[in-house]
Design a protein around this ligand. Structure first.
Ligand code: SF4
Length: 166
């Protein structure tokens, strides 16, 4: 299984969501865009002409835009709040580029609604943590049954709400 930015997002969001996604259980018809969570729809804002698809045997990422002169990954979120998940998604992208031999990469997350931006760098402890997270993502995806529900307020906006609670 190749790890994507979406897997990393769901890992931080909800392990059950990650499992359902990894098993291609799609409930979008029940709740449409709000479905996969405002969460992910907000994570994929304006992925258009400049997006770059990078893949190897283990990982598969799509960058909104990469400035090769400044070695900067640009990610745009239309979210109205900054989230740790966004930072880890970009850290994962930097990790994958490093793995492919591109050093000194940094990231920048732009929040047009907030008129703010967040700088992202990768530390040695992030590299260690990402290695662990990638293994955990695989372990969760390989479980025979999905992890338990998490009972969070945002569950009501999740595409899997009915499957989880009704
Ligand atoms: S409804 Fe809640 S528990 Fe179920 S997948 Fe969505 S976020 Fe996870």
């Amino acid at each position: 299984m190749k790890i994507t930015g979406t897997h990393i997002c769901y890992y931080f969001h909800c392990h059950r969501h990650l499992w359902l996604f990894a098993h291609s259980i799609n409930m979008e018809h029940t709740n449409d865009i709000v479905a996969m969570g405002k969460f992910i729809s907000e994570s994929t804002y304006e992925r258009e002409k400049h997006e770059i698809h990078i893949t190897d045997d283990e990982d598969d990422i799509v960058l909104d835009f990469y400035d090769s002169k400044t070695k900067t990954i640009h990610e745009v979120k239309k979210s109205d709040k900054m989230e740790e998940t966004h930072v880890w998604q970009v850290k994962f992208y930097i990790y994958v580029l490093e793995k492919m031999g591109i050093d000194n990469v940094r990231g920048e997350i732009n929040y047009p609604k907030l008129k703010q931006k967040a700088e992202v760098t990768l530390t040695e402890s992030d590299r260690k943590k990402l290695k662990e997270i990638r293994e955990e993502v695989k372990k969760i995806a390989e479980l025979n049954v999905p992890p338990v529900v998490i009972n969070k307020p945002f569950c009501k906006q999740c595409a899997y709400y009915e499957l989880c609670y009704v």
